[in-house]
Design a protein around this ligand. Sequence first.
Ligand code: MG
Ligand code: ZN
Length: 216
Amino acid sequence: MKVKVLQNILDANDQIANRNRQVLDKAGVLAINIMSSPGAGKTSLILQTIARLKDKVRIAVVEGDIASTIDADRIGKEEISVVQINTGGACHLDANMVSNALDSLSLEDIDLLLIENVGNLVCPAEFKTGAHKQMMLLSIPEGDDKPYKYPLMFTESEVIILNKIDLLPLLDFDINAFRQAVTGLNPRVKIFPVSCKTGEGIEEWISWLESELRGR
Ligand code: MG
Ligand code: ZN
């Protein structure tokens, strides 16, 4: 019975997500749903992306947070549009929350929408938002075994940003083992090893993003 209720909720969510996708497509916006556990570096990656692209790409950010506006405040300093969603305790964004955020943005004036989901490796992967790309960050201190523990997140994500590679010399993270685990679940995944702190690898991520924007 419980399973059926959850399935109905997910079906209703999918319908709203499809509508969000249509709204985004009509306005010519590329939307990326950014997921990770807390502290992996979603906000830092968004700030790095804004710093490198804001002169050529019109960017807006949707900030999902359970309660605070700390991340939205950091991004708000960048003079781009930021919409805060406080989920009121919910541990993921759903399509309806994103729909409300889209209503408050001037989508015709935006090329790229970065959606920072709530920090959690479980249910954000279950709830579609309407974004075109599912992306996740994993940071080196979290360990290379996470694809085995959270397979849905690694299966759903087309792009994985492996952040904090500046910590590799200090920690036992086996990048090859990680790659093997991920591609076993998801053969077409793109993995970008980066350090938001030192900037290493960020150019490769930005090039990929620019080619996605050109392709639209
Ligand atoms: Mg954040
Ligand atoms: Zn949740």
